[in-house]
Design a protein. Structure first.
Length: 85
């Protein structure tokens, strides 16, 4: 399944600020391309992706992933945290 290539959601001060602008940060497999990442996010989270920005983190070469900032359509959101009743 393609969603397995998404390693984890990034939770930093910057990524929390970006959520307010409909931008979400993930670490993904280094082999994925921007069109593949866009398709995975649109299919799995049922949102329309406006932009995909990627970069490799500097430093440790053992990290086999790249960081992705996904911008979704205004008013859309990705529900990353389950609400407990």
């Amino acid at each position: 399944m393609l969603i397995d290539f998404v390693k984890n959601f990034v939770l930093t001060e910057k990524s929390v600020r970006l959520v307010e602008n409909d931008q979400y940060t993930f670490d993904v497999d280094i082999k994925l391309t921007k069109p593949q990442i866009k398709k995975i996010v649109e299919d799995f989270f049922q949102v329309q992706v406006r932009a995909v920005n990627t970069h490799r983190l500097p430093g440790n070469s053992k990290k086999r992933y790249k960081r992705v900032i996904i911008t979704v359509k205004k008013g859309s959101s990705i529900n990353l945290f389950e609400e407990k009743n």
